[in-house]
Write a protein that binds this ligand. Structure first.
Ligand code: BV8
Ligand code: ZN
Length: 246
């Protein structure tokens, strides 16, 4: 059941901005990090998603990313991703999507204006000469890839304690500030600065909506919190919006 005010606010909105987290990809079969069945319930992020852990044990970190790459390689975007493509068609250049996900599913679904805040698992780079490698697949015997220059190659993802890509985070903050309507979808609100974006939107006058399976650390930032699956709720919102706009 979508509260009327959500559709009313969307009908009036010119600029719609979205933040997504691992939850929007859960229905595609990508495990989340925290909450029910989260992959980090066992392994701790500190042991894997940080540069020192990588330099201490690059083989373990590459095994973790290869496991996730293999997992991601044969999955598809779900109705939640496709609903955001529909919203971008409705709002055009007034639409922006900041994602914490590295699974490339928004781009594969057809979203255009996507800011990848935490990088992309399909890209890697040499830490010595910064040469980029696309879709680096490690062959078993080598385990850890090295660049021709001799430098070690790492996944192009943002680890804890590392800055987010400058342009992506700046554009995401600007989009939050300018937005009339701000969605936060499938994120537990644990990780900053991404988790700070909905609060920025709120403080700059946006109507804020959270869609998540459970309450999050940032639920108080939202005018409305819808508890449920993004793959169910988002298509419902798009359907109602399209009906009202015709
Ligand atoms: C930074 C790597 C500046 C990529 C990730 C001390 C020292 C240094 C830094 C800090 C510090 N204290 C705090 C910080 C800042 C730190 C931080 O926020 N830490 C937290 C944990 C306290 N942030 C950083 O370090 C960032 N950089 O601040 O730079 C700086 C520099 C130097 C020193 C200080 C500051 C870097 C953050 C990026 C970290 N990289 N991963 C990868 O391998 O993926 S974080 C990891 O968590 C993922 O990237 C993921 O994207 C991110 C957020 O997780 P979520 O997407 O929210 O996923 P989660 O599983 O948590 O939640 C999913 C939700 O979906 C759940 O609530 C679930 O209920 C819901 N759900 C499930 N199914 C569905 C659903 N919802 C709807 N429908 C469904 N079907
Ligand atoms: Zn190199």
């Amino acid at each position: 059941m979508i509260p009327e005010i959500v559709i009313e606010k969307l009908l009036k909105a010119k600029r719609v901005a979205v933040l997504t987290g691992a939850g929007i990809s859960a229905e595609s079969g990508v495990p989340t990090f925290r909450g029910e069945g989260g992959i980090w319930n066992k392994l701790k992020p500190e042991e894997l998603a940080n540069f020192d852990a990588f330099m201490r044990n690059p083989k373990l970190v590459w095994e973790w990313y290869n496991m996730r790459k293999n997992l991601i390689s044969d999955i598809k975007p779900n109705q939640g991703h496709y609903s955001l493509v529909e919203l971008e068609k409705i709002y055009g250049s007034g639409f922006s999507l900041a994602t914490q996900n590295i699974d490339n599913l928004h781009i594969r679904a057809g979203s255009k204006n996507v800011f990848e805040l935490h990088g992309n698992i399909e890209r890697s780079y040499c830490i010595n000469c910064r040469k980029y490698y696309h879709d680096m697949v490690i062959d078993e015997n080598k385990a850890v890839p090295y660049c021709q220059c001799g430098g070690i190659i790492r996944p192009d993802v943002v680890w804890f304690g590392e800055n987010l890509p400058e342009e992506e985070i700046n554009l995401s903050v600007e989009a939050a500030k300018q937005s009339d309507f701000y969605f936060s979808i499938g994120t537990s609100g644990n990780v900053y600065p991404a988790a700070g974006l909905p609060g920025i939107a709120k403080r700059n006058g946006a109507f804020t909506l959270e869609i998540n399976l459970e309450r999050t650390l940032i639920s108080d930032e939202f005018d409305i919190t819808l508890t449920g699956k993004s793959g169910d709720i988002l298509p419902e919102i798009v359907k109602l919006l399209r009906e009202e706009r015709t």
